[in-house]
Ligand binder design. Structure first.
Ligand code: PEP
Ligand code: MN
Length: 342
C-alpha cells in the first residue's frame, strides 16, 4: 500500500509509480478517499527493491506491506501445524524447562555432573551448558573444546538432551559431531546472517533444534523473526524464539526484560517461544518473577541458568544462576501459571 505525502498523486507521479511496480509484475489499484487517496500494489509486494524504489521517491510518505516478509515463520504458513518436540515435550502441551550453568568449567567436570543430576531431579527436561563463550572482555574465560565432552557426558548420565551455543563454523561442526541436541545462537550473533545460514544448512535433514536468542540491540520484531526464517528456509523448522532482554538496560537489571513480546511473537508466528529470564534480569533474585511473567505472557518454555554452587561457577553463574532447589520451585510455580492459562 503506497501512501503519498500529499492528498493524492498527480497524473505524472501515478504513471511513474505504475511503471516501477510493473517492473515487478505488479499493478496499481487507486483507492480514492475524500481527504487522502492511497494506492494498493496488486501482486507480490514483498520485493525489497520495489519498496526501496518507491520509498525513494520524494513525493511518497511510505509503503505499508500487508504480506509478511517471513513467509515460512508466518502464523498463517503451512508450517503452522509443525509440531516441535524437544526433551520429550511437545510444545504447547507442557512447559519446557531447560536448566544448567552459564559455562561448563573444564577443570571441574563433576560440578557439571552434580548440577545435571540435581536439575533432572528438579524437573528439568533438558540441560544447558556453555562450551564456547561470547565474552565482552577479551581477557575473560572464552570457553574450551574440552567442555563439549563434559556436556555430552552429562547428557549421557542423565538421559537429557543438551544445549550449547555455537559462534562459528568450527563450533557448529564439533557440536553436531558430538550430538548436541539444541544449538544456541546467542544474542551477539542473532543477526549474523552467514552463521544463521550455516546453521540452517547443517541441521537440514536432522532432528537438531535451534534456540535463537533475540539480538540485544533491539530492532523491530520482524528482524528477529526474519533471522529465524534464515534457518527454517533450509528445511528444518525446529527453531525456537528466545527473548533474553535487550538494551537499554533497566537500572538494576542486566538488560531490559522483554518477555512481554511473547504474545506478539505468538500472534505473528507459529514458532515456540522459550524465554531466558536469567540474562534478561541478570540477578538470581529476580529470575523467579521474570519466569512467572514469561509464562503468564504465554511462553512455551524457559531456559534458566542453574548451578549447584553458583558462587564457584564461571561466567554469569555467581550473579544469575539459581540453585536446583530454586529451579524446582520456579518451575513448580510456573506450572501453576501455565495451568491458569489453559
Ligand atoms: C548464555 O546463554 O550464556 C549467553 C551468553 O547468552 P546470550 O547470548 O543471551 O547473552
Ligand atoms: Mn550466561
Amino acid at each position: 500500500m503506497i501512501i503519498p505525502k500529499g492528498p493524492k498523486l498527480t497524473k505524472a507521479q501515478l504513471e511513474e509509480v505504475t511503471r516501477i511496480v510493473a517492473d515487478f509484475s505488479c499493478q496499481i489499484q487507486v483507492i480514492e478517499g475524500a481527504v487522502q487517496s492511497i494506492y494498493a500494489i496488486v501482486g507480490d509486494e514483498r520485493h525489497e527493491l520495489l519498496i526501496n524504489r518507491i520509498e525513494g521517491l520524494d513525493y511518497i510518505d511510505r509503503v505499508d506491506t500487508i504480506q509478511s516478509p517471513h513467509k515460512l515463520l508466518d502464523a498463517r504458513s503451512e508450517l503452522k501445524n509443525h509440531k516441535t518436540v524437544f526433551g520429550g515435550i511437545e510444545f504447547g502441551k507442557e512447559l519446557l524447562a531447560i536448566g544448567g550453568p552459564c559455562t561448563i568449567d573444564p577443570k571441574n567436570p563433576s560440578r557439571f555432573y552434580e548440577t545435571a543430576a540435581a536439575l533432572k531431579e528438579a524437573g528439568a527436561h533438558a540441560l544447558r551448558g556453555g562450551v564456547w563463550k561470547p565474552r565482552t572482555n577479551p581477557y575473560s574465560y572464552q570457553g574450551d573444546d574440552a567442555a563439549l565432552e563434559i556436556l555430552m557426558e552429562g547428557s549421557q548420565r542423565t538421559g537429557l538432551p543438551v544445549n550449547a551455543e555455537v559462534m562459528d563454523e568450527g563450533h557448529l561442526r564439533l557440536a553436531l559431531e558430538a550430538g548436541v541436541h539444541m544449538l544456541q545462537i546467542g544474542t551477539r550473533n542473532a543477526l549474523n546472517y552467514s552463521l544463521l545460514r550455516q546453521v540452517g544448512q547443517s541441521i537440514a535433514g536432522r532432528d537438531t533444534v535451534v534456540l535463537l536468542k533475540r539480538g540485544r540491540h533491539v530492532g523491530p520484531l520482524n528482524e528477529f523473526i526474519s533471522a529465524a526464517e534464515y534457518i527454517v528456509n533450509f528445511g528444518n523448522p525446529n527453531v525456537m524464539l528466545c527473548p533474553r532482554g535487550t538494551l537499554p538496560t533497566l537500572e538494576g537489571y542486566r538488560n531490559h526484560p522483554d518477555e512481554s513480546i511473547t504474545p506478539l511473537l505468538k500472534e505473528k508466528t507459529w514458532a515456540p517461544v522459550v524465554v531466558d529470564p536469567s540474562h534478561s534480569v541478570g540477578k538470581s533474585l529476580y529470575v523467579e518473577a521474570c519466569s512467572l511473567a514469561a509464562v503468564a505472557y504465554g511462553a512455551d518454555g524457559l531456559c534458566i541458568e542453574a548451578n549447584v554452587d553458583p558462587s564457584s561457577g564461571l561466567g554469569d553463574d555467581p550473579k544469575q544462576a539459581v540453585t536446583p532447589e530454586v529451579f524446582q520451585s520456579i518451575v513448580k510455580k510456573c506450572q501453576a501459571v501455565w495451568d491458569l492459562r489453559a
